[in-house]
Design a protein around this ligand. Sequence first.
Ligand code: ADP
Ligand code: NG1
Length: 456
Amino acid sequence: MDKNPPKIRTAVCADERLQNLKNTFEAKYGESPLFFAYAPGRVNLIGEHIDYCGYSVLPMAIEQNILAAVSVNNSGTIMLSNTNPQYKDFSVSCSEAIVIDRENPMWHYYFLCGVKGIQEKFGITQLVGMSCVIDGTVPPSSGLSSSSALVCCAGLVTMEANQKSLSKTELAEICAKCERYIGTEGGGMDQSISFLAERGTAKLIEFQPLRATDVKLPDGAVFVISNCCVEMNKAATSDYNIRVVECRIATKMLARARRLDQSKLFRLADVQTELQASLRQMMTLVDEVLHPEPYSRDEICRELEITPEQFSTELLSPNTQHVTHFKLHQRAWHVYGEAERVLQFKSVCESQPAESIRLLGELMIHSHASCRDLYECSCYELDRLVDFCLKAGAVGSRLTGAGWGGCAVSMVPSEKVETFLQAVRKSYYLPRGLAMDKQSLFVSKPGGGAAILLEE
Ligand code: ADP
Ligand code: NG1
């Protein structure tokens, strides 16, 4: 396979959105931008809530992205503005330490996460001043990774403005780490696909070491994204981190039951690696060791032989200190089952049997059921939407991204797309009076990864 990976720097192409952004930039700062940069959102086809457990996921980039126009200035200040008036102007001195307020996850803090990531990577004491205008088309808080697209775009912009150079893999790793400053203990899928995506192909993303492998999707079907229009902001709520914590505790409980050194194991994948077991065997182990009733703090402390203080400081995160009960069996069962479905999905795409589309659809349906019933990361509207998508002709449909709202991704035979879109409009959007624009119901093809655009 002789394939040249796309370059991170490319020439600017004339484009209406870029021109509008350039005009906004000039009106705001009285000068032209030096360069543009963008980072895409993503849709995860399968593999939900398993990246932070160490398991591979299978996303593709979408066309919607975060685009920035940037110039370097001598003001010693980072100035941020946004084409969406909902996101207010912000500026910060380059000589101040970057502080990210987790209690109040405003838009500019996501940008500052990216700045901080690059600053730390290179130990930069004085960042250059930058003037930026941001324009985003990824629907926010909808499971399509608008936040990571913003963090990745900010990381890329900061690297370029400070005349540093990094590979896409390094950028992905830095941005996965620095987005956690906002408080969400994410697993790295979003930043990885935002940088490593290539037009025309979905990717299997593996972690430690980070790798992205092409996955050829079958001909004859397309992926349609539909937004249930319930927004869920991860950083402003604790649901996401509660799941991360439950998986961490389940890891320790399984490790202890098999006499492994629990202090060294943090992710469910670590236990599997130590035991050299199959995913099926791990599910049997979950059944043997964990009970389905929620665990209290006392019970966990007793089983793990740790003090309540150790429990709070070593296992919980700042925004999960209030949680009293933890569902360990359900969460671990979902993770191992979903990890297996990712491998099956990839294997069907590789071997492309006659029944590929039906098989992939079934995996998506099982994935959604597991997210809904075991991981409890769906919501009423999203479940309704998934049901309507299946009734409208999708062979598979499931929530995508963190969940608790946001988008579903459906696999639809190509010849049924038009009737599918009509039926979903009629059954979900019209009765609820919801807008049906490019943000809420659209066909998505695998898009390319983040890039810096320079004028020739
Ligand atoms: P997602 O699932 O889309 O990543 P999150 O709730 O994690 O959702 O992040 C959404 C947050 O990202 C928004 O509340 C906002 O702070 C930021 N964000 C998203 N899109 C933009 C944008 N176009 N401009 C500025 N900030 C944005
Ligand atoms: P979104 O959908 O962007 O909120 C989140 C995490 C991912 C992954 C998915 C669930 C971040 C930045 N992203 O994605 O790492 O765990 O949920 O599969 O935390």
